[in-house]
Design a binder for this molecule. Structure first.
Ligand code: ZN
Length: 59
């Protein structure tokens, strides 16, 4: 069996949800700029601190 060391991948902590996330291929060129684990978190960066349950707007 192959042993993949996930720990070799860099990690960061999401600025929105505070969860750690691991390097992804799609971020290979922008990793230093990545601050959020997902587009959803990135989109809610300006939501403030009291709008956790704010519905996502369509479109
Ligand atoms: Zn997040």
């Amino acid at each position: 069996m192959r042993h993949v060391r996930k720990s070799d991948l860099p990690q960061k902590v999401c600025q929105t949800c505070g969860r750690p996330f691991t390097w992804r291929k799609k971020w290979e060129k922008v990793w230093e700029e990545v601050k959020y684990c997902s587009d959803r978190c990135r989109g809610s960066r300006n939501a403030g601190s009291k709008t956790e349950n704010a519905p996502l707007k369509g479109r």
